[in-house]
Design a protein around this ligand. Structure first.
Ligand code: ADP
Length: 235
């Protein structure tokens, strides 16, 4: 059964459609690339899926919830409990250290911080950034900040992990590494993964792709010859 149903969704900015009559489905625990040129509507789709914005027309249902029917508080709860976001730019708060950045969504959402901190410590160890947690974001390299961002997004074990050009400022080798890492982590956390990218070499690592053009779904591909999903990590 589909976890996410996007039904005939349109979103306009001024006179221009960012998304036009778009429908697609995401399966629970599926891994998807959303590919398209700049301006094709990828980020708009991701923001709508993540409850950061609402469509002008159509409906998005996630796990039986109709997002358009949620009030502001329910939408905040939806984002906080179901969604992990990873953006190209990290949006780490500069005035607090990395662990405090990681714990912030849990604190805002009223979760118990202890288990989240334990989870974050394990993930940081796995990603090799334990030594970064007491540092401030400006003391870290771009790659380290990206990993802190990944720990923050995963520390509440989100059902859906939404990534907006997560490899946008990385060279091609590191792009492939981060893509593989996101795939491994989403498998381990049993999260549905959607990665927005303009880079076909990132998209080709996914068996399932949605290609957008001018706010419309150009094609949905399920490629048998795509790179296979990575094995689940042992630890
Ligand atoms: P992509 O992520 O594929 O680059 P976007 O979803 O960011 O595409 O944008 C799709 C279209 O909507 C573009 O034409 C863009 O200029 C426009 N757009 C996106 N966000 C806004 C906004 N907040 N205000 C006005 N226009 C926007």
């Amino acid at each position: 059964m589909s976890l996410v149903n996007v039904n005939n969704v349109s979103k306009k900015y001024g006179n221009q459609f960012a998304l036009k009559n778009l429908s697609l489905e995401l399966e629970e625990k599926g891994q998807y690339a959303i590919l398209g040129a700049s301006g094709s509507g990828k980020s708009t789709l991701l923001y709508l899926l993540g409850g950061l914005d609402k469509p002008d027309q159509g409906e998005i249902e996630v796990d039986g919830l109709s997002l358009s029917k949620l009030d502001d508080q329910e939408m905040a709860d939806y984002r906080n409990t179901k969604i992990g976001f990873i953006f190209q730019f990290h949006f780490l708060l500069p005035s607090i250290n990395c662990m405090k950045n990681i714990l912030l969504p849990a604190e805002i959402g009223g979760h118990k911080v202890g288990p989240v901190k334990k989870q974050a410590l394990e993930l940081a160890d796995y990603l090799g950034i334990s030594q970064c947690l007491k540092k401030f974001p400006y003391e870290l390299s771009g790659g380290e900040q990206q990993r802190v961002n990944i720990v923050r997004a995963l520390s509440l074990k989100p059902q859906i992990l939404l990534c907006d050009e997560p490899t946008g400022n990385l060279d091609s080798e590191n792009s492939q590494k981060v893509t593989l890492l996101l795939q491994k982590l989403s498998l381990e956390f049993q999260s549905t993964l959607a990665v927005v990218t303009h880079d076909p070499s990132v998209a080709q690592r996914f068996q399932q792709k949605f290609v957008l053009k001018d706010g419309q779904l150009l094609e949905a591909q399920r490629a048998p010859d795509a790179a296979p999903p990575p094995p689940a990590p042992e630890n």
